[in-house]
Write a protein that binds this ligand. Structure first.
Ligand code: SIN
Length: 327
């Protein structure tokens, strides 16, 4: 009898001790692109670093390819606590702040070095806080790259885009950009773009080399104009409620892992901007068109008035600071 009592006591103590061990904090990281992209690789690296350093304390689960949420739903889901991290394109935040629209202004940044300089400067750092009032925390920028125009017909000058339907992200600036060349912009989720192009429901779209390659847009778009007319970068975000609920030590470790993962993702972004472009050229499925200076000047002239249209929302000083990063 005494033996049985001892065994029951031991069992109860063991179970109690197990219950007292806190379950790891779960971070569901949702994104819309393929795993072999800068964002996909960044998310994988983040998971690896957290597994290595915070095993038992934090568990990261990555959901690529819009498996969990499309970009148009993910921020709402985050505020409801259904997902803890995401990295939507900066063009997808306009419901939450108008300030990030700066990144969509056409021909504002001459290259990724300018984007990097602006993001790391005081104005860029400050923009990370622009979502606070909406319950979101910006944890860092991540690069993808400069956008190109793909279409079913060659686009050399703005008049070539007239009347053509282009898929855009959910951004009023991008809408204005295509309206400026008398094209018809349609806001559609990333997950639908391939089918829209394949079925010819739309004529074209704008995206980076890595997205055009990884989502096979080049297989259903005979022409890609190397326009470098805008930037597609990301903001890694979490909800304020989730972030504030973490111990300070854990926050520091998670942020550190994320910063390293972003660095890794940015290196991949730079590499893919040239290697994915080359793979598209080599495939011969799509012709890559380059613009002469005079042709490019026509696009700039047609699209640049969009800056003025959004100056009140974005802020003239912010636009000036972004422009200065080109020097
Ligand atoms: C992404 O790179 O996350 C998607 C971009 C897009 O919606 O075009």
């Amino acid at each position: 009898m005494r033996l049985l009592t001892a065994a029951i006591t031991t069992m109860a103590l063991t179970l109690g001790a197990q219950a007292a061990v806190a379950a790891p904090v779960e971070i569901k990281f949702s994104h819309v692109v393929a795993e072999n992209t800068p964002k996909g690789q960044m998310a994988t690296k983040f998971k690896e670093l957290v597994d290595e350093r915070l095993a038992g304390k934090v568990e990261v689960k990555v959901f690529p390819n819009s498996q969990l949420f499309g970009d148009n739903k993910v921020l709402e889901a985050m505020l409801l606590g259904d997902v803890q991290m995401a990295a939507p394109s900066l063009s997808k935040f306009q419901k939450y702040t108008k300030k990030l629209q700066i990144f969509d202004l056409p021909f504002l940044f001459k290259d990724m070095a300018a984007v990097e300089k602006f993001q790391n400067g005081p104005e860029g750092r400050e923009l990370l806080n622009s979502l606070q009032k909406k319950g979101l925390v910006g944890l860092g920028y991540l690069h993808n790259g400069m956008k190109q125009l793909s279409a079913s017909d060659p686009l050399k000058v703005p008049a070539d885009a007239e009347g053509k339907k282009f898929r855009i992200m959910t951004s009023d600036v991008l809408q204005a950009q295509f309206e400026a060349v008398d094209a018809v912009p349609l806001k559609k989720p990333f997950s639908e773009v391939f089918t829209l192009l394949q079925t010819k429901a739309i004529d074209g779209q704008e995206n980076t080399w890595s997205n055009i390659f990884s989502k096979k847009f080049f297989e259903v778009q005979p022409y890609i104009t190397e326009s470098n007319h805008g930037v597609l970068d990301y903001l890694v975000v979490t909800s304020a409620e989730f972030w504030m609920g973490l111990d300070d030590d854990l926050k520091v470790e998670i942020q550190k892992a994320l910063d390293e993962a972003i660095k890794h993702g940015n290196a991949i972004a730079a590499e893919k901007a040239s290697s994915d472009k080359q793979k598209i050229i080599d495939s011969k499925r799509s012709e890559v068109l380059t613009l002469t200076d005079a042709e490019r000047a026509q696009w700039v002239e047609a699209m640049k008035p969009v800056w003025k249209q959004f100056e009140d929302q974005v802020g003239a000083d912010l636009i000036k600071a972004a422009e200065a990063s080109n020097n």
